[in-house]
Design a protein around this ligand. Sequence first.
Ligand code: GLU
Length: 306
Amino acid sequence: MVSAGQPAQVVGRFAPSPTGPLHFGSLLAALGSYLLARVAGGRWLLRVEDLDPPRVVPGAAEEILRLLERLGFAWDGEVVYQSRRSARYQQLVEQLCEQRQVFDCSCSRREILLSAPHPGEEGPVYPGTCRLGPVGRRSERAIRLLVADEEIAYTDGVFGPQRQNLMQAIGDFVLRRADGLFAYQLAVVVDDIDAGVTQVVRGADLLSSTPRQIYLYRCLQQPLPDYYHLPLVLGADQEKLSKRHGPSALITQQNSSLAIWQALRFLGQPVPDELRRASGRELLSWGELNFDHTRISTRAQLAPGL
Ligand code: GLU
């Protein structure tokens, strides 16, 4: 229990989706979240976001954890797996149902994409079709959260003031898909609340998901974490780095310590040249003493040639 006047302990987390091996973008999120928590003397948690079975690559989660461990990242407590938490997500959906903040939706339009975390995959704004009751004949129903026609404003620790009108930009969004899977937006908020996370550090591709998550915190009457979004990593084609870009930006045991040095530079940190060949552990120790989030730029940058 934190006594009055004493600041609450910082709790950060890294939440990789095990859809493939670690790449430079996910290493940045791991490093940024780790160092921001540790410079504040805080805890750092690990959560595997294996919510969506078809996207999970067998063995990827274990591989990511092993590599992080070898690099010297030490997490606090047990790793949390989203695939084991469905009962908890259901409980919160029921709570929101009792609060009359959700409704059943029988629309078939790309609801799976609508529940996806990444922009560009989010599809059209939901026009409120089933707000007064499902209109379609389909028996499978998604559950959507009713959003208000108001602006959600917050200040990101890197990108500064942000605002979005959810109703105009997104519409009522999916919490449980018609196939029964829970949406990323719900799971991430419930998990962060349950783990006492106070600081969310992740890639800028999730900036546009943050207003939805803030809205959910409000519906669940929970205090908000602080948000820090890290600059996007681009492939040679100037597109966000992803599996599509092949193996060049993947982090392997051979290039992994150098990748930490490069990630520190990518985040604007003046890590000395002499540490280029240092071990992951040494680089993390340097970061624990010197990391300064105000040096992080918002500019998307090319992945370093690993
Ligand atoms: N699992 C998400 C990803 O790998 C990150 C979610 C988050 O940090 O909120 O993109």
